[in-house]
Design a protein around this ligand. Structure first.
Ligand SMILES: Cc1cc2nc3c(=O)[nH]c(=O)nc-3n(C[C@H](O)[C@H](O)[C@H](O)COP(=O)(O)OP(=O)(O)OC[C@H]3O[C@@H](n4cnc5c(N)ncnc54)[C@H](O)[C@@H]3O)c2cc1C
Length: 181
């Protein structure tokens, strides 16, 4: 796509078509820095890591650069839902490794998606088959609450340390794995 104008979008091949709304989806790619860590990157350019997020004996990876196992079949998504807890666990493990303390496993919570649809509210789904759990105003309210929740405290040491230890979003619609149906 080369241009979006009033009521139309234009593609690089010169074609132009009418549109009231354009959704631009370009995919994701991990930072090229991952090439310095491993020659065996996944299809998104991410570094393979084990359950403790270790890529090499002296390197831990997190967030969009880490192909961390979600379960036996899948790796995590390049989204804040996984990037945030990955960062917490990788940081914890890097420090624990230096201090000679036990490392912890990365154990992601149930996969969900939540999309803001502007005036139409939002949609909240659960599971990798994206079952719709809430839409419209209710979906929008869930998205609003998530957006509030994911911003970490910045000016209170005790709150920052407490938040750093919370790997799951502790919300009614985010049950821990042992509670999920
Ligand atoms: C437009 C957009 C919309 C998104 N919307 C959503 C959404 O609605 N929901 C969702 O879950 N996820 C969303 N994501 C994905 C989400 O933002 C990422 O999954 C998440 O930010 C990844 O966190 P991260 O810490 O791994 O990487 P980043 O947040 O990308 O942080 C990496 C940091 O490293 C810095 N950096 C890079 N190279 C160097 C270097 N050489 N030296 C020093 N610093 C460097 C960068 O400047 C950056 O600050 C969106 C992403 C984009 C781009």
């Amino acid at each position: 796509m080369t241009e979006v104008g009033d009521g139309y979008a234009a593609l690089s091949d010169g074609s132009k078509f009418e549109a009231d709304a354009v959704v631009w989806s370009v995919g994701l790619r991990a930072s090229e820095l991952t090439r310095q860590i491993s020659g065996e990157l996944d299809h998104l350019g991410r570094v393979p890591v084990d359950r403790r997020l270790r890529a090499l004996p002296e390197v831990f990876a997190a967030g969009d650069t880490a192909a961390a196992p979600y379960d036996e079949e899948r790796t995590v998504m390049q989204a804040c839902q996984h990037a945030t807890p990955l960062g917490k666990v990788a940081g914890y493990n890097a420090a624990a490794d230096l201090l000679g303390l036990p490392l912890r496993d990365f154990t992601p919570g149930p996969y969900v998606t939540c999309l803001d649809l502007g005036g139409a509210g939002g949609v909240f789904t659960r599971g990798w088959d994206r079952r719709v759990m809430a839409s419209g105003a209710e979906g929008g309210e869930i998205k609003r609450r998530i957006n509030e929740y994911i911003h970490p405290p910045v000016d209170d040491e005790a709150l920052i340390l407490t938040a750093a230890d919370q790997v799951y979003m502790d919300l009614p619609f985010f049950p821990r794995p042992e509670q999920a149906a």
